[in-house]
Design a protein around this ligand. Structure first.
Ligand code: FAD
Ligand code: GLY
Length: 374
């Protein structure tokens, strides 16, 4: 039996990011241990809405948009591979996204988005109000115009977490569940493993910090990891027969149609520390936003409410790659609003890095050194 206390790589955090990296590294021949203090995939990765939306999420061209687009490109094959490996269908759905203007002030936001996206050669279509309502008849008569992003899709993130966990386990990854990593172990300027809350040490030549909003909370790190929790509340409504085909986004709310007529409405964006709570303020905001998009939702049964903590960074971009000083210490956190979209790409790139593959120049903008104090 392999010793649970040594590995080539120890990964702190078993969300979609940690599991995707673990899967890739193990498939590359490394021995990998994931330390997860609770259940894999049950924090932000479970709470998310599952949109794969580079065009709705990026605010302009640049390395971040390029990263999101690359993340989106590999999704169909990745979802098929997960299904093959585990039997779990992550419900990749490719009906596209509609971004709708419902108020006069929304028009400028959509027009500006359309200008830079079409100038950048991205797949975006501009729809009149009648074209938008033809595409989605449940839309409010107040709709003024819409953008259609035919390539922005969705998955069921509550299936993605278990699929990645299972795929990693099948690739040979060992999971230490219910264990909290509390300290980075170092041997001089090298990462040497982690210490668990009970005092046990897991020795490894590489340590990956993939703890989502909690990634900076272990002792012994060479620098602050500027990740903060950004609270998001969501709710689900039952709309049978199904009301939408597309994901529908407005400047105030998004609606994600799921199987069997369930519609997810999200999400608030709040800086409330590590407190997760569904509040009357949040529910009111989401219901107002959902009903503004589709008035018929006012009478739909409220099925579920929940919330989660996005791992936010000061610039909204993830933190990926090696520490510039401590050899073997790797960051994979700060995926903020796009960790479901980016999990496959982060898994492949960071997992590949652990296996000795080159770290492309396109990844350089996401290094932790961008936060270095002058
Ligand atoms: P998490 O899923 O939070 O996992 C981190 C894990 O690390 C946890 O399981 C935790 O228990 C563990 N951990 C932390 N510290 C330790 C430690 N010291 N020891 C042991 N274990 C530890 N993204 C999209 O792409 N599309 C969306 O539509 C979308 N919608 C979202 C909506 C909301 C409301 C929220 C909250 C997020 C949304 N996201 C979306 C973002 C996405 O969910 C996150 O970016 C992604 O899940 C981050 O994954 P992660 O693995 O880094 O973090
Ligand atoms: N990407 C959607 C959200 O973070 O709410």
């Amino acid at each position: 039996m392999r010793d649970e206390r040594t590995a080539d790589v120890v990964i702190v955090g078993g969300g979609v990011i940690g599991c995707a990296i673990a899967r890739r590294a193990a498939r590359g021949g490394l021995s990998v241990v994931v330390v997860e203090r609770a259940t894999p995939g049950m924090e932000a990765s479970w709470a998310a809405a599952g949109m794969l939306s580079p065009l709705a999420e990026a605010n302009g061209p640049g390395p971040f948009l390029d990263l999101l687009v690359r993340g989106r490109e590999i999704y169909p094959d990745y979802a098929a591979a997960l299904r093959e490996e585990t039997g779990v269908d992550v419900c990749y759905a490719d009906a596209g996204t509609l971004f709708v203007a419902l108020r006069e002030e929304d028009d400028e936001e959509l027009c500006a988005r359309w200008r830079w996206q079409s100038a950048a050669g991205l797949a975006v279509e501009r729809l009149s109000a009648s074209e938008a309502r033809e595409a989605e008849p449940a839309l409010s008569p107040a709709v003024r115009m819409a953008l259609r992003f035919p390539g922005d899709h969705q998955v069921d993130n509550r299936a993605l977490g278990p699929a990645l966990w299972s795929a990693a386990a099948r690739a040979g990854v060992r999971f230490r569940l219910g264990e909290q990593a509390v300290r980075l172990l170092r041997a001089g300027n090298r990462a040497a493993g982690v210490e668990l809350a009970g005092g046990e040490r897991i020795h490894a030549g590489a340590v990956v910090l993939a703890g989502g909003a909690w990634a900076g909370m272990i002792e012994g790190l060479p620098r602050p990891v500027p990740v903060e929790p950004v609270h998001g509340q969501l709710l689900a409504l039952e709309a049978v027969p199904p009301m939408f085909r597309h994901v529908v986004d407005s400047p105030r709310c998004y609606l994600v149609p799921r199987a069997a007529g369930r519609v997810i409405a999200g999400a608030t964006v709040e800086s409330t520390g590590y407190r997760k709570a569904v509040t009357p303020w949040g529910v009111r905001r989401l219901i107002d936003g959902a009903v503004e998009i589709a008035p018929a939702l006012e009478h739909a049964p409220l099925a579920e409410t929940w919330s989660g903590l996005r791992p936010g960074t000061p610039d909204g971009f993830p933190i990926l790659g090696l520490d510039p000083e401590v050899e073997g210490l790797v960051y994979a956190t700060g995926h903020f609003r796009n960790g479901i979209l980016l999990a496959p790409l982060t898994g492949e790139t960071v997992g590949g890095l652990l296996c000795g593959e080159p770290w492309g120049a396109e990844m350089a903008p996401f290094g932790i050194e961008r936060f270095r104090e002058e």
